[in-house]
Write a protein that binds this ligand. Structure first.
Ligand code: F6R
Length: 225
């Protein structure tokens, strides 16, 4: 695993093209299973996908995570973000979230459709992937977690005040993510550079959950300033 640096536009364009190809290839074959992240990093990928002529009718999506206590009408819920940011504009087969009802079944739901073909990941400034915070074991599955103070503070930029940020979330586990066939990890911004380097070149440790990706056979890592 190594870090490839490029502009945010180029990285987003490249990943949107990977998705485009897989979605179109799926039309006459198996369903395409796409794992998606929220937050600011994938924003441009979704803008690109919205503007492309893609047939998503055989694409099934699984989002990484969702806040506990925010329903889909809450503007900061990840369901709201994805519906507005992508799902409404394209003809997906179906879109899944590890919400309060589904999270206990999420790993079997993914297994039952044959596993995730492409998983998009961002990285937290503390090295989290999805909401697998430092200390998360390698064999973790989809579950409810407590968010760390660091994550609550980082994500407070999307809310009117830090007190409104949920303190818990449902998240895919490290084990769930590691079963994906291909993973694209994207870090955008200088504030992510140090943790990205630790994740990619440092010790593999639960203290930096993204470091487990070093053990993945097909994970590409992108950085843009
Ligand atoms: C969101 C998610 C998180 C974010 C990470 C980076 O679905 O899984 O791990 O990818 O917190 O967030 P941004 O992109 O907002 O810096």
């Amino acid at each position: 695993m190594r870090i490839r640096s490029n502009t945010y536009q180029k990285v987003s364009h490249q990943i949107a093209n990977y998705i485009h190809k897989k979605a179109n290839d799926s039309i006459n074959g198996e369903h395409f299973i796409l794992g998606l992240a929220t937050g600011s990093t994938p924003h441009q990928i979704y803008e690109e996908l919205k503007s492309m002529d893609i047939d998503f009718s055989r694409t099934i999506t699984f989002n990484l995570d969702e806040y506990v206590g925010l329903n889909e009408n809450h503007p900061q819920s990840y369901k709201y973000f994805m519906n507005k940011g992508l799902f409404k504009s394209q003809n997906f087969h179906s879109n899944n979230f590890p919400d309060e009802k589904l999270y206990p079944y999420y790993d079997s739901m993914i297994d039952n459709v044959g596993g995730i073909d492409i998983q998009i990941l961002g990285i937290g400034t503390n090295g989290h992937i999805a909401f697998n915070e430092p200390g998360t074991p390698r064999d973790s599955k989809t579950r409810i977690v407590d968010l760390t103070e660091n994550t609550i503070k980082d994500n407070s930029r999307f809310f009117d005040s830090i007190d409104e940020v949920p303190t818990q979330a449902m998240t895919m586990g490290i084990n769930t993510i590691m079963k994906s066939k291909a993973i694209y990890l994207i870090a955008q911004g200088k504030h992510k550079k140090e943790i990205l380097e630790r994740a990619v070149y440092g010790e593999i440790t639960p203290e930096v959950p993204a470091s487990f990706l070093q053990e993945h056979p097909n994970c590409e890592v992108f950085y843009s300033d």
